[in-house]
Write a protein that binds this ligand. Structure first.
Ligand code: FMN
Length: 142
């Protein structure tokens, strides 16, 4: 069955290594009949989570901050699969991806138990060397 896939690409280099990996992933996913939407987070205006616990009141646009996350929320809501893509920065994901991911807490706030909807997920990372343990640990928690 065709799936809706959203890619959150946290690389600041639109033609960099992470984007080469997401492009190959998207090509394969589309060839298999799936629908893919990719967001290049570094080119978007996405502020950091304020930790105000004031979100979750509007399912379509759940955060109190109105910025480019408004483009992501409806696509994320509809997605069957979430792809988290990032270069490895100091043994972790980039700030762009972390920033956007924190803002998905507003979606969790729509649920009385503060749970994000259960979806399939994929982690794609590019690095100069190795050292993915911290990112894997974070991803496992998600
Ligand atoms: C700020 C910064 C931190 C980095 N930290 C690491 C690291 O901890 N381990 C590593 O193997 N590569 C590290 N790299 C290298 C990048 O992960 C690597 O060049 C990656 O392929 C870049 O992806 P991109 O082309 O999508 O930007 C770092 C690069 C930068 C700019």
């Amino acid at each position: 069955m065709a799936k809706k896939i959203v890619i959150l690409n946290g690389s600041p280099r639109k033609a960099g290594n992470t984007s080469s990996l997401t492009a190959a992933f998207a090509e394969g996913a589309k060839a298999a009949g799936n629908e893919v939407t990719e967001f290049h987070l570094a080119g978007m205006s996405i502020r950091g989570c304020l930790g105000c616990w004031g979100g979750g009141k509007d399912e379509t646009c759940p955060c109190v901050q109105k910025d480019d996350m408004q483009q992501i929320y409806p696509v994320y809501k509809e997605a069957d699969v979430v792809v988290l893509a990032s270069p490895l920065y100091y043994w972790f994901i980039s700030g762009f991806l972390k920033n956007a991911f924190d803002r998905l807490f507003a979606v969790a706030e729509c649920d009385p138990n503060y749970r994000n909807p259960v979806k399939e997920s994929v982690l794609i990372m590019a690095a100069e060397g190795s050292g993915f343990e911290e990112s894997e640990h974070w991803y496992d928690h998600l």
